[in-house]
Design a protein around this ligand. Structure first.
Ligand SMILES: [Zn+2]
Length: 376
């Protein structure tokens, strides 16, 4: 019979990553002999596995050197979708949040969310077929817009007009016939970075999805923070004073009207007339002129992010999305502005980095969210 202590220890191992025996002692307050016994039984049952600790990280500090423990994934398979503005990504995951298979599909999702939902459901079914998966347990998706947490309603009528009034989770449930969870894409990205990216080991950080729009995902005290109704992180419409650019929300000088993939590409079309800016991968540009444009974009974005850093006091500021993956010039620009405009005590405590998972952060986050839903 499985006893309660063993199940409690299993739940802790399953819901975290890379716990050591000494971390379990600390978390539970139980004697190390009790933890040792429970871990030994779980290992014998094949429900968890142990491996050597990474060179730096849990288990390498002072005290008892410990191998790290992780739950063994079952055959449960989940679906994950990251809806962008001009593409979507789909993945199969397991109940430990590992990506089993994935795919990217180019499609103008903004123009027709219904087509996007249909195509994403079809792609997930194709992934299942390719991997001989008979059925999914659940699906999680990230959508680039403000989602009312209690209902899953996409609320904005100005920034994501074709999605407004839709319940994407219900739409996915209809199409895939499994429970679905839908989150704002930047929150999904933050969740991905927290578990498997640059946010690992950080309890308080900001993740910025800088792509066609700009949104923030907040991790506060080790948890996703979505605010009272679910709209925390809608930073794309913070006004940069004095800027004349007209935003799709009707205001002038919004952050995402000034800095976004389209604005960078518009500048590139002036400086690089022979470049097909619609198809260019920003990460492949390595000439001084494009570096200047990206660095300036980073600096401009950084003036807004500096204020957010003063508000939240994060230990790391992670820049994701297509702009985050574009390379050092943009990240250096953000860092320069954070150093220049945030309070010295705030900026000295913060690292500014590109997303560890690159443009896959939102998809990996959706796989993590689906794993949480599968285990619930
Ligand atoms: Zn705006």
């Amino acid at each position: 019979m499985r006893d309660r202590t063993r199940e409690e220890v299993f739940a802790l191992i399953r819901d975290s990553r890379d716990l050591t025996r000494s971390a379990l002692v600390e978390l539970t307050g139980l004697p190390s002999s009790t933890i040792g016994h429970a871990v030994a039984r779980l290992l014998a049952e094949g429900r968890i596995a142990e491996s050597a600790p990474p060179a730096k990280g849990p288990g390498s500090g002072s005290g008892r050197p410990g191998s790290i423990l992780n739950a063994v994934a079952t055959s449960i398979r989940t679906g994950a979708i990251d809806f962008g503005h001009r593409h979507f990504r789909v993945a199969l995951g397991d109940d430990q949040g590992n990506v089993v298979d994935e795919e990217i599909v180019r499609l103008n999702v903004d123009q027709s969310p219904i087509r996007g939902l249909d195509a994403a459901a079809a792609s997930l079914r194709a992934l299942c077929e390719r991997n001989s998966v008979a059925s999914l347990t659940c699906v999680a998706a990230g959508v680039p817009g403000p989602i009312e947490e209690a209902t899953g309603l996409v609320c904005s009528t100005t920034t994501l007009s074709n999605w407004a009034g839709m319940y994407p989770a219900r739409e996915l449930e209809k199409r895939l016939e499994v429970p679905a969870l839908v989150s704002n894409d930047a929150s999904a990205g933050a969740f991905g970075e927290l578990h498997l990216g640059a946010g690992q080991g950080h309890r308080d950080f900001l993740y910025i999805k800088a792509s066609h729009g700009i949104g923030a995902g907040l991790v506060i005290n080790g948890e996703l923070f979505v605010g009272g109704v679910g709209f925390a992180g809608e930073i794309g419409h913070i006004i940069i004073s004095g800027r004349p650019e007209l935003c799709r929300c009707g205001n002038r000088g919004c952050l995402e009207a000034v800095v976004s993939v389209p604005s960078v590409k518009e500048q590139l079309s002036h400086t690089h007339p022979h470049l097909d800016v619609d198809l260019v991968d920003l990460a492949t540009l390595n000439d001084p002129v494009s570096a200047r444009i990206l660095n300036e974009s980073g600096r401009t974005m950084g003036t807004v992010l500096a204020g957010l850093c003063d508000l939240v006091n994060p230990t790391i500021l992670i820049i994701g999305g297509e702009l985050g993956s574009s390379g050092p010039p943009l990240i250096d620009g953000v860092r320069a502005s954070v150093n220049r405009f945030a309070q010295p005590s705030t900026s000295s405590a913060i690292q500014v980095v590109a997303a560890g998972l690159g443009p896959r952060a939102e998809l990996v986050g959706a796989v993590q969210l689906a794993a949480v839903l599968a285990r619930a």
